[in-house]
Design a protein around this ligand. Structure first.
Ligand code: PEP
Ligand code: MG
Length: 882
């Protein structure tokens, strides 16, 4: 079998479409070679080797070694060098590269092939011993850390001590002799830590590094990342081995990263950072402050260090040429890594760049504007769920800010919370429902869980491409990075800056859009949704076929929903209207009454509230459909708590004993399967009658007020048989007639039902004989189909998804095979009886992109979701329609 694919010198055995086999990095290195771009020659060991490795007890395919040797020879021929040669040694980098970029895995080993002999050859060949020893010490620390598992900081400490003793400040102040001395110390550290010498044999080094890449595929951090991002373990990673080019060969050499468009804002301009006389890890590690690429960016940042445009005009011009070429070729924003060796630019990587939602929108809209992609492609370029980032609040600009420091605006949005200094505390706080800001000197892949748990992330080191910045942008969390002025003391659990000292637990706010760190909690503002957002939403609305409604009952929610583009209300949970002060007492009186008369008395108090609520809803949603569901309370949620009984008895004049007796009667072992839904309307028809009256009277009034007809959709919850529905519908119809007579106005309306029990889905044909619409209540349908309580699933569902028993939480993303099958069946059976039956979904799944795609397949007319998910649903519905 072919396990190794070579590239370099304007050609390659692979190409970008072979991502599954070569990984993202390998496929794009091949593609860039084919495009004739300057790529150091190398080869990719395929992901199939990784799969083989794990299928065969961590053994390699028997013919792999020969293929690797042949590929190394080929690279040697192109570079005029030989791997392990004592005169003209070939040095290589070894890097992992999965299909999807994956933090948490072994990343990079540079300068591999150096040992006590080849380092001398490198010194002779380059005429620069300092460069050679600098490369060797980098290799020892990197290899020892990522391959041999020796802690990085032990080397750092040795270096710091040495610098201190010698009175040296910067790494660049160290001479060849200094590095040579430190190399001796480093080798001693390795020997003490491992009980054996640092490997001198280049072949042993190479296979050690290859093994480390494959081994890291299954390390806990990588597993965690895959779990969070639904990446299957059997994808495997590739390994890329590539001839070294050196960015640390003095002042005509450099290394950097650049985006073809700004990954935070989407602005079309070469954007990035570079460092003169450095190797790749220096940029990411944030040890030295990187320099700007363009002169415009330098002026904006106010940096006193020259831009690449000024310092290396030829290499810069080449980068600009390549940037245009790559964008046109990939038709998307690229994230590139490059090295300049003695003035010559080399490309080490390109990939579609990660970006914020804001940038994704702008880039998609502008690429379509430039004619590089179509409007439909633009719709597909934005992850619907990521829009959430734009819907986040920002700090009220009128509020006074106590800015204590400013760092880099690494990921937009504002967040506030208590200070925590490590990821464990962040996670614990999250469990206790406390909001925190994770404050770190820098983050590493070990902090992923803490970053997830935090509202926002603050680091004192690292640039826009540091780990914290990249990961936070991916997560859509606000992040301020590189706040050098803040000093963090992990031991004392404090941060201090300019005379201010804050402790763990103190409140701070970060503004990821301008890099500010603010003491205390700030007032937030709702986001504004215009510009590119509106444009893309407009394009999405043109192609989607499903309508998007909102689940809303309060005026505030209804208004928010409408401003987000909701095309009506798909579910108004009337029981949520009863929790307000002044109402809950009447509701309790109604529930606790022993007879219909008692209930009528309480209901009479509720009628004006309900009517006023509905008038407001109909007015806000004027011209759009509004579905109102009859009361569906799990009764226990409304009953007074034991300690409230006394006060409640006093307020209502009922006897406390009698109250307790009635509460015991109503007590249910399993309220979710108890006296709720239409069961209530059937036993206590006066409740449904009051609500129907409120709905119809409100419709008449709102129509008068707005001048637009109101056609309410009255929805009956939790039916499992047509007979239940018909009983309730008869009451509603009678009330409509009564209100029409009393008001002298025409009352138009529809009566439909929720399909949220398996039996209702199965008997949808019967039910559709009289029901005028269906709305799938997939929350209860999931609960009752899987037999998993909505309220108690948390205790075990997590380990179900972790262990792969379920691919995702069925209450978040619809279980297509089971619950989905029932939805499909219900839709088909309903429409077979009543062609054109209006179908919607109003469970939480109505706002989940994967579930929305499923709804499109089934042929639903609309999805209904919470107001903040409306834009997400509009975009997801458009993508589903394409
Ligand atoms: C449902 O069950 O899916 C539904 C929307 O109703 P509720 O969540 O109010 O039970
Ligand atoms: Mg329900």
């Amino acid at each position: 079998a072919k396990w190794v694919y070579t590239f370099g010198d304007g050609k390659a055995e692979g190409q970008s479409s072979m991502r599954n086999l070569l990984g993202g990095k390998g496929a794009n290195l091949a593609e860039m070679s084919n495009l004739g771009l300057p790529v150091p020659p190398g080869f990719t060991i395929t992901t199939e080797v990784c799969t083989y490795f794990y299928d065969h007890g961590r053994q390699y395919p028997p013919d792999l070694k020969d293929q690797v040797d042949a590929a190394l020879d080929a690279v040697g021929r192109l570079t005029g060098r030989r791997f392990g040669d004592s005169e003209t040694p070939l040095l290589v980098s070894v890097r992992s590269g999965a299909r999807a970029s994956m933090p948490g895995m072994m990343d990079t080993v540079l300068n591999l092939g150096l040992n006590d002999t080849t380092v001398e050859a490198l010194a002779r060949g380059s005429g620069d011993p300092r460069f050679a020893y600098d490369s060797y010490r980098r290799f020892i620390t990197m290899y020892s850390n990522v391959v041999l598992g020796v802690e990085h900081h032990t080397f750092e400490e040795a270096l710091e001590h040495y610098k201190e003793a010698k009175g040296l400040d910067l790494d660049t102040d160290l001479s060849a002799q200094d590095w040579k001395h430190l190399i001796g110390e480093y080798k001693g550290i390795v020997k003490r830590a491992l009980g054996q010498d640092f490997p001198q044999d280049p072949q042993a080094q190479l296979w050690g590094a290859i093994g480390a890449v494959f081994g890291s595929w299954m390390n806990p951090r990588a597993n965690k990342y895959r779990e969070l991002h639904n990446i299957p373990a059997n994808w495997g990673t590739a390994v890329n081995v590539q001839a070294m080019v050196f960015g640390n060969m003095g002042d005509t050499s450099a290394t950097g990263v650049a985006f073809t468009r700004n990954p935070s804002t989407g602005e079309k301009a070469l954007y990035g950072e570079f460092l003169i006389n450095a190797q790749g890890e220096d940029v990411v590690a944030g040890i030295r402050t990187p320099q700007d690429i363009t002169e415009a960016a330098r002026i904006e940042s106010g940096s006193d260090k020259p831009s690449m445009e000024k310092a290396m005009p030829e290499a810069y011009a080449e980068l600009v040429r390549i940037y245009g070429l790559l964008e046109n070729h990939y038709r998307d924003m690229q994230d590139m890594e490059f090295t300049v060796e003695n003035g010559k630019l080399w490309m080490l990587q390109t990939r579609n760049g990660k970006r914020t939602a804001k940038a994704a929108l702008r880039i998609a809209v502008e690429l379509a504007g430039e004619g590089l992609i179509s409007q439909e492609e633009a719709i597909g370029r934005v992850e619907p769920a990521s829009l959430d980032q734009l819907l986040h609040p920002t700090i009220d600009p009128k509020a006074e800010r106590r800015v204590i420091a400013t760092g880099l605006p690494a990921s937009p949005g504002a967040a506030c919370g208590e200070i925590v200094f490590n990821s464990e505390e962040a996670e614990a706080a999250k469990k206790a429902e406390r909001k925190v800001i994770l404050v770190r000197v820098e983050t590493s892949p070990e902090d992923i869980h803490g970053m997830h748990a935090a509202e926002g992330i603050l680091t004192t080191r690292g640039g826009m491409t540091s780990h914290a910045a990249v990961v936070a942008r991916g997560m859509g969390k606000p992040c301020v990075s590189g706040v050098g002025a803040i000093r963090v003391d992990y031991n004392a659990r404090t941060l201090s800056v300019g005379g201010v000292t804050l402790k763990a637990g103190d409140l701070i706010t970060i503004d990821g859009s301008n890099g500010q760190v603010i003491q205390g909690e700030m007032p937030m503002l709702e986001p504004e949704l215009s510009g590119d957002f509106a444009t893309l939403m407009d394009w999405a609305d043109q192609v989607r076929t499903m309508k998007v409604r909102a689940n809303a009952e309060t005026p505030a929610d209804a208004r928010a929903a409408r401003s987000f583009g909701a095309e009506g209300i798909g579910l108004s949970r009337t029981e949520h209207m009863f929790f307000d002060e002044g109402r809950i007492t009447a509701v309790r009186e109604m529930i606790l009454a022993d007879d219909a008369e008692g209930r009528r008395g309480a209901l009479a108090k509720l009628l004006p509230y309900q009517r006023a609520d509905f008038v407001e809803l109909f007015t806000i949603m004027s011209g759009l459909p509004v579905t109102i569901r009859l009361l569906d309370p799990p009764l226990h949620e409304f009953l007074p708590k034991e300690e409230e009984v006394g006060a409640f008895a006093a307020e209502t004049g009922l006897s406390a004993d009698k109250l307790r007796r009635r509460m015991t009667e109503l007590d249910e072992t399993n309220p979710m399967l108890g006296f709720r839904g239409c069961r209530l309307a059937i036993l206590f028809p006066e409740i449904a009658e009051m609500q129907a009256r409120a709905i119809f009277e409100a419709a008449v009034e709102a129509a008068k007020r707005t001048g637009a007809p109101v056609i309410p959709e009255v929805m009956v919850p939790l039916v499992f048989t047509k007979a239940e529905f018909d009983l309730v519908k008869a009451r509603i119809d009678a009330m409509a007639k009564a209100v029409a007579q009393e008001s002298g106005s025409k009352v138009e309306y529809q009566v439909g039902t929720m399909i949220e029990l398996p039996r209702a889905a199965l008997r949808a044909g019967d039910i559709a004989e009289t029901a005028e619409f269906f709305s799938f209540g997939t929350n209860d349908l999931t609960q009752t189909t899987l037999g998993i309580s909505r309220d108690d699933a948390g205790t075990f569902l997590g380990s179900y998804t972790k262990n792969g028993i379920l691919t995702s939480d069925p209450f978040v993303s619809i279980d297509q095979e089971g619950v989905g099958e029932l939805v499909k069946l219900g839709a088909e059976r309903g429409r077979a009886v009543r062609p054109g039956l209006k179908l919607g979904i109003c469970g939480e799944h109505g706002g989940d992109p994967a579930s929305i795609a499923f709804c499109q397949e089934v042929g639903l007319d609309y999805v209904s979701c919470s107001p903040y998910r409306v834009p997400i649903a509009r975009l997801a519905a458009a993508q589903a329609a394409l």
